[in-house]
Design a protein around this ligand. Structure first.
Ligand SMILES: Cc1cc2nc3c(=O)[nH]c(=O)nc-3n(C[C@H](O)[C@H](O)[C@H](O)COP(=O)(O)O)c2cc1C
Length: 187
């Protein structure tokens, strides 16, 4: 049995919908326990992330998939506060060799969402995690998944808060992929 955690922040719910699809995809892989962990504003006190119970939940995860909306070209402040609170875990190499991946959404087609994914990758690599890309060839997929053609992680787009079905399908696939990759490494 592998444990896969999805850690995300969402204000208006679109990232949360993606997180649910990622979770459904991961859960569909036999032998995968999935936990969804939402970062909320109340976790942050005087600018610092204080929910240590949430961090505790991640300790024995084999894989983590990080999700944040793109705000001003990067992760949200709330996600960054969470990331900054993992400094001690970084020093202990507590997340080293865990599999990681990421997803984001923006309201512009090219709203600098790639930078959010790249931040998530750097964050994972700071921890010595192994980054799993999105291996759906952009414009070749018969189901049009990964329609925005990001291979480093899932980039979704919504102008009006309504999720595109193919973005949800891509999120489902990302969850499956990370569960499969984590299973390979857990042996
Ligand atoms: C403060 C702020 C900054 C934003 N910056 C960007 C941006 O840089 N690029 C983009 O494409 N969308 C941007 N957006 C739009 C959000 O990414 C988009 O509405 C997203 O779906 C929100 O995610 P959520 O529903 O999980 O909160 C921004 C929205 C807000 C409120």
């Amino acid at each position: 049995m592998i444990k896969l955690a999805i850690i995300f922040h969402s204000v208006t719910g679109t990232t949360k919908q993606l997180a649910s699809s990622v979770a459904a995809g991961a859960s569909s892989v036999t032998g995968t326990e999935v936990i969804e962990v939402e970062i909320v504003g109340a976790d942050i006190i005087e600018g610092r992330f204080n929910n240590f119970a949430l961090l505790e939940k991640l300790t024995d995860a084999d894989a983590m998939i990080f999700g944040s909306p793109t705000f001003m070209g990067s992760v949200s402040a709330q996600f960054k506060a969470f990331a900054d609170a993992t400094g001690e875990l970084w020093a202990e190499k507590a997340w080293s060799d865990k599999v990681a991946a990421g997803f984001t959404i923006g309201s512009n087609l090219s709203g600098d969402q790639l930078h959010t994914i790249q931040y998530l990758q750097v964050f994972a690599n700071q921890h010595g995690m192994l980054w799993a890309s999105l291996d759906i060839p952009g414009n070749c997929d018969p189901q049009n998944r990964n329609r925005l053609g990001a291979q480093s992680g899932l980039i979704a787009h919504s102008k009006d808060g309504v999720l595109n079905d193919t973005d949800l399908m891509t999120a489902h696939y990302l969850g499956q992929r990370v569960a499969h990759v984590a299973k390979k490494f857990s042996g």
